[in-house]
Design a protein. Structure first.
Length: 152
């Protein structure tokens, strides 16, 4: 197996957001401590290929911050997200949708050094990896509203 590509800072952050959603989704399926899930994912992610292409190495610092931060503030984040779901209930959403919304909302709230449209767009890209346009439209609407409420 080849050495994983380091990638640009932008690509590494985008990879961290995708891997972060995958790790957070794992919390719904596994009772392991969040720190163990992050560590295992970082080890597994190194030197991986998909369809013969090396994966970009995720930004480990961002990955750890967003996954652990969202995990530790989940209840507060749900309070931010729920009013923007209209008639839907957060707990009834698919676990991957929940994971994307939690990590995206956490990052919008806590990483004011990164422009909100960049964060939202990267999480929409994650959404496109898993869902049809209808669900991605929901992600866009909710993350946009969360962004406006926490950054205004």
């Amino acid at each position: 197996m080849k050495q994983a590509k380091k990638g640009s800072a932008k690509a590494r952050k985008k990879a961290a957001r995708l891997v972060g959603v995958q790790i957070y989704h794992q919390t719904y399926l596994d009772d392991k401590p969040i720190e163990d899930l992050v560590r295992e994912a970082l080890i597994h992610h190194i030197n991986q290929e998909v369809d013969g292409e090396d994966l970009i190495t995720a930004d480990a610092e961002l990955l750890s911050k967003i996954v652990q931060g969202a995990y530790n503030t989940k209840d507060y984040l749900i309070e931010l997200i729920q009013p923007n779901l209209k008639e839907r209930q957060f707990g009834n959403l698919d676990n991957i949708l929940q994971s994307i919304l939690l990590l995206g909302s956490y990052e919008l709230l806590n990483h004011s050094d990164i422009d909100a449209p960049i964060i939202v767009n990267d999480y929409l890209d994650v959404g496109h990896a898993f869902y049809e346009p209808k669900e991605v439209t929901l992600l866009n609407a909710v993350l946009d509203k969360v962004s406006k409420s926490v950054r205004s």
